[in-house]
Ligand binder design. Structure first.
Ligand code: XUL
Ligand code: CO
Length: 437
């Protein structure tokens, strides 16, 4: 059975093509800075938006036409979705996918039934992976949709709910391991609070730390070698999420003694909700050795929520790729499209247009970033800007030999600081524009 009839494998046709179902820039085997595009970008399709999205919003019913889906929670329907997903991902030519446990298999009436459902669908996923060569970038557990998680999962006030969440994550890690997943993601869907008047913040944070340690212990015990990733998001669904931004996550990881165990999965729309740019969040993670993977999407700066749109802005993807290349790539992480088509884009073919656009935007970002790097444009400028720290008094500050006394003596002798130089922001912005076109 073919679910996307009339659409074949998406070809690379170059920038001049008029074919909307072709890549203009993403050519999987093209070498950029010594590595194929496929290896730099490691694209992943997400199961939840792409194969479970309905187009419903708080004001309206589902709009997306998915002729293969009977809308039921049956195992049969779930199995059919696996075939749909792998046909789509294969035609698109993305090497990876990722999922939440409850995206792929229906939740049962008991935990045991949910686990059985998940095992049944894992059989189908495993067979589809073998058939197509598509791999699992990461698995995760949905600890936010079911009403039992209303107060949170690892940060709930209800110990039974904590236990349920632990059992669910145990199973999700096992299934991720079975399917050869190379990462496991923790996004704290309701790990936060709406009001401090009813919240014991210290206890909640301590419980979250215990939870992650137990997950790590379990992963070790079953031989799961995938990278653990924490995904920052400041708000939504709770008013304040504990995994607010990269800095808050890294502080949590440090306080919990999980350094080296957990890296970050950085998402654009979450960065902007936190009042940061994506580049800021990526760079903050990178300099701490914690840039693990990204959820590639974009928000709408006129809206204050997580719109999860496909990334098409080349300025954005260039900034992302500058940091990712400086990081030496993302592997074992990748570029996962945590993005959804608008509810007005209801045809199945819109899923192709959306992903092709995102992949091309990142391929362009990659090529532009590579050129900026090989020409040394920003690096040379930035290095020169800090040159006063390369020798003399600056060097003594950086190597730890300076003291307040030595700096006071230096400045008393000198009388006034050396004059400042221009930051040349506008010139650099112009230079970037030269590379974009
Ligand atoms: C929610 C979000 C999640 C995580 C995985 O905003 O980004 O889909 O990526 O749980
Ligand atoms: Co995400």
């Amino acid at each position: 059975m073919e679910y996307f009839p009339g659409i074949g494998r998406i070809p690379y046709e170059g920038p001049k093509t008029k074919n909307p179902l072709a890549f203009r820039h993403y050519k999987a085997d093209e070498i950029v800075e010594g590595r194929t595009m496929q290896d730099w970008l490691r694209f992943s399709v997400c199961y939840w938006h792409t194969f479970r999205g309905t187009g419903s919003d708080p004001f309206g019913a589902p709009t997306l036409q998915r002729p293969w889906d009977d809308g039921s929670d049956s195992i049969e329907n779930a199995r059919k979705r696996v075939d749909v997903a792998f046909e789509f991902i294969q035609k698109l030519g993305a090497p990876f996918y990722c999922f939440h446990d409850r995206d792929v298999a229906p939740e049962g009436k008991t935990l045991a039934e949910s686990n059985r459902n998940l095992d049944a669908i894992a059989d189908a996923l495993e067979a589809a992976q073998q058939r197509t060569g598509i791999k699992l970038l990461w698995g995760t557990a949905n600890l936010f949709s079911n009403p039992r998680f209303m107060h949170g999962a690892a940060t709930t006030c209800n110990a039974d709910v904590f236990a349920f969440a632990a059992a669910q994550v145990k199973k999700a890690i096992e299934v991720t391991h079975r399917l050869g997943g190379v990462n496991y993601v923790f996004w704290g869907g309701r790990e936060g609070y709406h009001n401090l008047l009813n919240t014991d913040m210290k206890r909640e944070l301590d419980h979250l730390a215990r939870f992650m340690h137990m997950a790590h212990e379990h992963a070790k015990s079953i031989g799961f070698k995938g990278q653990f990733l924490f995904e920052p998001k400041p708000k939504e669904p709770t008013k304040h999420q504990y995994d607010f931004d990269a800095a808050a996550c890294l502080n949590f990881i440090k306080r919990a003694g999980l350094e080296g165990v957990v890296k970050l999965n950085v998402e654009t729309n979450h960065a902007t909700l936190a009042g940061h740019t994506m580049m800021h969040e990526l760079e903050y993670a990178r300099i701490h050795g914690a840039l693990g993977s990204i959820d590639a999407n974009t928000g709408d700066l006129l809206l204050g929520w997580d719109t999860d749109q496909f990334p098409t802005d080349i300025y954005l993807t260039t900034q992302c790729m500058l940091v990712i290349m400086e990081n030496g790539g993302l592997a074992p992480g990748g570029v996962n499209f945590d993005a959804k088509v608008r509810r007005e884009s209801f045809d199945p073919v819109d899923l192709f247009h959306a992903h092709i656009g995102g992949m091309d935007a990142f391929a362009r970002g990659l090529k532009i970033a590579a050129k900026l790097r090989s020409d040394g444009v920003l690096k040379t400028f930035v290095k020169n800007r800090y040159r006063s720290f390369d020798s003399g008094i600056g060097k003594s500050i950086e190597d730890g030999s300076a003291t307040f006394e030595s700096l006071e003596k230096y400045m008393l002798d000198k009388g006034e600081a050396a004059p400042n130089e221009s930051g040349r922001q506008e010139m650099l912005e112009n230079v970037i524009n030269d590379y974009l076109v």
